[in-house]
Design a binder for this molecule. Structure first.
Ligand code: PLP
Ligand code: 3DJ
Length: 414
């Protein structure tokens, strides 16, 4: 590549950064020196506010307030309060989202409750290529309720639904965790509704980076992780959305005292609470919620449309850099706007490529069987970072650094 072309690319990076200044929240995050972090789609970076909120929850609230903190620091109502913050990011009304539990447990509650809202239907659709927990959960619910799980790609979901009368629920991920493909939430939901079925969406790879629009897309149920782009920290609680029109009929498959209308009445009879509170189960993970609540302050004053534009610009520019630098790996992520906030590439030695990148300070991850997965968290990455990462990838490939023996050994967690 000529010096002029290199300079043009660097200028373009700076120009794009200046165009997206309004969504730059880099200063809100703590990242190690010399690291370009492209794994915010698996574990989001720590923010100053998340760190401080956790420290405050431990030292002042737990340490000093002790049991009084349930009232004085409003621990008891944190699942709904933080749920409301997430609702505003995913285009849902206040009172429709609650946090707590893992994504897996939240998905179980949503899929089970949704299927029971359509007792005359026998089929649940899900994507065979979903993140495995989604397939496991829907299969488990089908086994428990005597339903049939049908594995249908989201690509074929509208055609499968059209004219059918057997489907209770279409349960899909908004963004494919491996390829980064963004599916049409509104179109699949509409096709489900046309035939009397419901739709449940896993927003793990879209919450915080895509202007999801749950109300606009008429979604019935949704779940998502707190620890990915939302940066809530390792093991952060997940969120669960129930559309307001389903709340009165929502039957939580795990009846616990936190979902009770009067938890401190200590009654052995279960009376579900009104509203989204009925989706709660047991004592909320207070420290995890505190970290998540702190992390979500990074979105204050931001418009999700602008965040989405920045995300598309970063991923689009990465592809542009790869083309310009002559990095000739197959890109499995759509080049058009039907993508989340990641770019995935194929390489026969993908695991070693990722390790070689990590050795250079560019942290991404590997997904079976041959995917180099690079996530671009828009709030703390710049177009200049993107160009630097693309140059490192070029050097790893051109210099065959992935072939070094030290990059071959697999860790337990990839
Ligand atoms: C699409 C999707 N769903 C669910 C999960 C995980 O759920 P859990 O937080 O319960 O481990 C992940 C990632 O781990 C995911 O990518
Ligand atoms: N939840 C994870 C974990 O506990 C360990 C390692 C990775 C994860 C992930 O989140 C993986 C992620 N959902 C993925 O898309 O691959």
């Amino acid at each position: 590549m000529s010096d002029n072309a290199q300079t043009a690319l660097a200028q373009r990076a700076r120009h794009l950064d200046s165009e997206h200044l309004a969504t730059d929240r880099r200063d809100a995050f703590v990242l190690p020196e010399g690291v370009i972090y492209l794994d915010g789609n698996s574990l989001g970076a720590m923010s100053v506010a998340a760190r401080d909120a956790t420290a405050d929850a431990v030292t002042r609230q737990w340490g000093q307030q002790l049991i009084r903190a349930w009232n004085e620091s409003a621990w008891w109502t944190a699942p709904e309060r933080v749920g409301d913050r997430i609702a505003s990011l995913v285009g849902a009304p206040s009172g429709s989202v609650v946090v707590g539990d893992s994504t897996t447990i939240s998905l179980f509650k949503a899929v089970h409750a949704a299927a029971r809202l359509r007792p005359d239907r026998r089929v649940v659709l899900t994507d065979p290529d979903s993140f495995p927990t989604d397939v496991h959960v829907t299969r488990g619910v089908c086994d428990q309720l005597g339903l049939t799980l049908e594995l249908v790609s989201p690509r074929d979901a509208v055609a499968r639904l059209e004219g059918s009368n057997d489907v209770a629920l279409a349960a899909y991920s908004h963004v494919d965790y491996r390829t980064g493909e963004l599916w049409d939430l509104a179109a699949i939901t509409e096709a489900a509704h046309q035939v009397g079925a419901l739709a449940c969406w896993d927003l793990c790879h879209s919450a915080g980076v895509v202007d999801v629009g749950l109300t606009e897309g008429a979604a019935d149920f949704a779940v998502g992780c707190g620890y990915k782009y939302l940066s809530g920290g390792p093991g952060a609680p997940a969120f669960l959305f129930v559309a307001p029109q389903h709340l009165a009929e929502f039957t939580n498959p795990i009846l616990g005292w936190n979902g009770h209308a009067a938890p401190f009445a200590m009654s052995p009879d279960h009376v579900p609470a009104d509203g989204i509170t009925r989706a709660r189960v047991g004592t909320p993970p207070v420290l995890g919620i505190a970290a998540l609540e702190g992390a979500l302050t990074a979105y204050e004053g931001l418009d999700m449309g602008d965040v989405r534009r920045r995300s598309l610009s970063l991923t689009g520019f990465f592809v542009e850099c790869l083309d310009a630098l002559g990095v000739d790996l197959p890109i499995v992520t759509p080049r058009d706007d039907r993508r989340g906030s990641q770019v995935s590439l194929r390489h026969p030695a993908a695991y070693a490529v990722v390790q070689a990148l990590i050795a250079r300070g560019v942290i991404g991850d590997f997904r079976e069987p041959d995917i180099v997965r690079l996530g671009f968290a828009p709030l703390y990455l710049s177009h200049e970072d993107v160009l630097t990462a693309a140059r490192h990838l070029r050097d790893v490939i051109d210099g065959a650094e992935f072939a070094r023996p030290e990059h071959a050994a697999r860790a337990a967690v990839t």
